[in-house]
Design a protein around this ligand. Structure first.
Ligand code: FPP
Length: 239
C-alpha cells in the first residue's frame, strides 16, 4: 500500500464523470447518480487526505454543464444548498481550506452566498486545500486572467500569470484522474495541467472506490516525471 512521502501526488484533480450513466444503468433518475456522486466525493477526499495528499480539486459543474435541463441544474443546486455544506464540515475539521474555482455569478444568488460563506469559514486554514470547480471552464479562466493582467497594465511571466488564475499560489496538479470511460480533459485546468500525469478509469464516478484511488496512486508512483528533461538530468537533480 502506498503511504505519504512515497512518490505520492501533492495535488490531485478529479473529473467526476459518469453519475448519469451509473444512475441510468440502475433505472434511476440522473439525480440519484449525483447524490451518490456527492457522498462518494466526500469519502474519496477524506481518503486522499488520509494518504497524505495536500490539495484536491474536483470538477463538479462546467460552464458547458450550465446548458443542461433546468430540472437537473436545480437538483444540483439543491444538493449544494442542503447536503454539500453539511458534508463540508468533515473537511473543515481537518483544517482544509475550501476554494471555489469558476464564475459563480452564473449560479443562483442564494447558492453563491452558500458557497462564499463556506469559503470564508475556512479561509484561515493554510497548507491544505479543497477546490471545487463550479461554473468553471479553463478557457474562461485563462481569458479572465489575461483581462486582469491587461487591467493592471503589466507584462506577465509564467509565474505571475499563474497567480491570476483561480488556483493562485497553489501547487499545480500532479495527477488528474477522470472516471467514466472518456479520455479527455473537457476544458479542465488547461494551464495548470501542463505537466500533470493523466489517469483514466472506466468506472463511473459513484463506483470509483477508495481502493481505486489507491490504484491510481500506485500507477502514478511508478511514472517518471521528467518535465522535459532527460533521465540523466533528472538523476542529477535528485542528487
Ligand atoms: C458528470 O457526470 C458529473 C456532473 C456534471 C456533476 C458532478 C457532481 C457530483 C459528483 C456531485 C457533487 C455535486 C455538487 C454540485 C457539489 P454526468 O452527469 O455527466 O454523467 P454521464 O456522463 O454519465 O451523463
Amino acid at each position: 500500500m502506498i503511504k505519504a512521502g512515497e512518490n505520492l501526488p501533492r495535488h490531485i484533480a478529479i473529473i467526476m464523470d459518469g453519475n448519469g450513466r451509473w444512475a441510468k444503468s440502475r433505472l434511476m433518475p440522473r439525480m440519484f447518480g449525483h447524490k451518490a456522486g456527492l457522498t462518494r466525493m466526500i469519502d474519496l477526499l477524506e481518503h486522499a487526505y488520509d494518504r497524505g495528499v495536500d490539495y484536491v480539486t474536483v470538477y463538479a459543474l462546467s460552464t458547458e454543464n450550465l446548458n443542461r435541463p433546468k430540472a437537473e441544474l436545480e437538483g444540483l443546486y439543491e444538493l449544494i444548498r442542503t447536503r454539500f455544506t453539511s458534508l463540508l464540515d468533515r473537511i473543515f475539521k481537518r483544517g482544509i481550506r475550501l476554494k471555489i474555482l469558476g464564475d459563480i455569478s452564473l449560479l443562483p444568488k442564494d447558492v453563491q452566498k452558500t458557497l462564499t460563506d463556506a469559503e470564508k469559514e475556512s479561509e484561515h486554514f493554510v497548507g491544505k486545500g479543497f477546490n471545487i470547480a463550479l461554473a468553471y471552464g479553463a478557457r474562461a479562466e485563462i481569458v479572465r486572467a489575461v483581462n486582469l493582467a491587461v487591467e493592471k497594465g503589466e507584462k506577465v511571466t509564467e509565474k505571475t500569470f499563474a497567480d491570476l488564475l483561480y488556483t493562485c499560489s497553489q501547487p499545480e496538479p500532479d495527477l488528474i484522474i477522470r472516471t467514466g470511460k472518456e479520455k479527455r480533459l473537457s476544458n479542465f485546468l488547461l494551464y495548470q495541467s501542463a505537466y500533470a500525469e493523466l489517469y483514466f478509469s472506466d468506472k463511473m464516478f459513484p463506483e470509483f472506490s477508495n481502493e481505486d484511488l489507491d490504484e491510481a496512486f500506485l500507477d502514478y508512483s511508478k511514472r517518471t516525471r521528467r518535465f522535459g528533461k532527460t533521465d540523466e538530468q533528472k538523476k542529477q537533480d535528485n542528487k
